[in-house]
Write a protein that binds this ligand. Sequence first.
Ligand code: GFB
Length: 315
Amino acid sequence: MTHGAFDLRGKRVYVAGHRGMVGSALVRQLAHEDCEIITTSRAQLDLRDQSGVQGFFCDRKPQVVIMAAAQVGGIYANDSQPADFIYDNVVMQTNVIGAAFKHGVEKLTFLGSSCIYPRLAPQPMREEALLTGPLEPTNEWYAIAKIAGVKMCQAFRRQHGVDFISAMPTNLYGPFDNFDLASSHVLPALMAKAHQAKIAGADQLSVWGSGAPMREFMHVEDCAKAILFLTRNYSGEMHINVGTGEEVSIKCLAETIAEAVELKAKLAFDSSKPDGTPRKLMDSSRLLGMGWRPDVTLADGVASTYQWYLKNVSA
Ligand code: GFB
């Protein structure tokens, strides 16, 4: 592992996926930097269009790229749209990584996910656990796409000496998350359902699965800071875990969210829905060893995200 100080000041920084939850948090953080933030909308540029991506890089000449654009979703979306998750993500990341190499980008940070690790990897999961066992079936398509992205960055680094790195965030939540119940991740889904139950005066909160699986959650502002920390301070082949080191059961999460929403309701567990991976707590000691720490606790993050939800999403 090497620590390479990379100065963002004065650089043209392209945030791919700037409208998404991670991308928008990165833009908020970069606004404090003395750099030029480059963004483009999906209407202006479909990252699945290779010639369009090449033309964009030729015109805008980014010096830094943070690949936060992806087809993402919760367990149900992953399980029900496998082709979208593997095809769109492989094509988008391949186009961006290839164009970054062709146009001499100085630093690229690729974003993966904690779902790249084997379903039953020893917990907490170290970076070395990658490819040591079978993946979780509900999201293997997305996982394989992200693993390909990690490997592609490693391959370009090894063959061409470019400073392309990969970060593996844990389950994220926060402002600009997706709250659509069919495609969202668990935290925003439970928050939307709890709010709707409260408004309706319902006395039940529907929770998919058994409530037993454990999940690690990081607020997206912390994740954006960690991604920029790694972009500035890390240069190496190994992908780096970005987690909080704390996990909660889905049941406990539902109780935390019900309390934040001030909903008095019984949890109704829907066993017709999958549990997915039993646990996916990451060992983030490489990142912590570099001196970075998360700031936002789950209780504070859930409370602030609910306030954001009330102002920006709730009907
Ligand atoms: O965030 P999530 O959908 O995906 O969490 P994963 C799924 C867990 O939460 C399962 C339970 O145990 C679900 O049974 N759950 C309970 C719910 N209620 C709900 C609900 O209303 N909606 C949802 N979505 N889940 C994702 C991967 O895995 O992790 C993604 O599919 C990505 O690709 C993401 O990697 C970080 O945590 O299981």
